[in-house]
Design a protein around this ligand. Sequence first.
Ligand SMILES: [Fe+2]
Ligand SMILES: [Fe+2]
Length: 367
Amino acid sequence: MLHLTDLHMGRKNRFKNVNFYRLGKSFAEQVLEARAAAGLGQDKIDVIFVTGDIAETGDEKEFKDGVTFLHTVAEFLNVQRSRVYFVPGNHDISWPLCKEVTDAQAREHFDNEEMVRRFSKVKLRYYEDFRHQFYGMKVNHIPGYRGLSYGAEVWDIPELGLTIGAVDACERESHLTTDQMGTVGEEQAQELMNVWGAPHYAHWKKILLVHHNPGETVDSNHKSWEDWIRKEKQLPADKVERFMADITGFPGKDFLRRIVSDRRVQIILHGHHHAHPMNPVAWQYFSSPESGYVLSTGSWGLQDADRPQGEANTCQIIQIRSGEPGANLRVHALEYDPSLPVHGQVSDGGWRLMNGPRGNQQLNVAL
Ligand SMILES: [Fe+2]
Ligand SMILES: [Fe+2]
């Protein structure tokens, strides 16, 4: 499996001046080289996960670059488009479309409940158009797809014994500063809990996708928030709330923890904090010493100035090996090195395996 997050296509993307077809092809080739170098053999990449912030401002042009890049990556990794799975991130929300709602409210004087209802109808329109273009069909026509209420989704791949659940942590997001924070409400979390309670899922592998970090972020992010707090004279309540969510995890994270613990989810993938942590976080199952692992990776595409200090652009290859004793979950991080000479490429810059303990995790999960 390949996990990418936080592409941030648009003005803050480090590759913004590059042809996205050519970039997608060379990225895919380097992923295959890294797979071989990591000793993962020729095992096929079955699925690709993209955990949000595909765009920078939720704009159509940014999503168009996302389609070109991801179509090419899927093609050269030989992954069917219907095996690429997405969750929306806060940067995939269209602020101009949300602003049209508040403009209408100023004219028509409807209440805030109606405003939130209208936000949720429009804010992900360009993201949904993106998925439609990417798949070449509506998402609900993807084999194994099930749309739940409140933004949660499930995809089943019976031949892999794999079910993928996605929660929309942008439930509350809009252009209003008071709304700019990840949230997963009780209703959508409970829907996913209910679906995965069906007996046939008991022996399936389960992967949960969410955009925002459901737990503590890395030290470099603590430091940049600390610098920001020191500069601010007075902190408005909404900013304090957002700061707390970005540092310690969003409201609703405990609902996800219960799903993981109760339904024995093996892997939780997320992005948002633009960092590849030192250690995966273990979420222990109910009355069992076994755990699921929260595995995040850093931003695939954000330029240097917008990433936490010391964090490269990263992505990760994840391998689950059923029926093997010992470490059955292997995670290999790839990082972008702007000075790397790449075979067949006239300019420097490419992806390679990350060295050290952060680059190579060997874990054991209950299968
Ligand atoms: Fe992001
Ligand atoms: Fe984000």
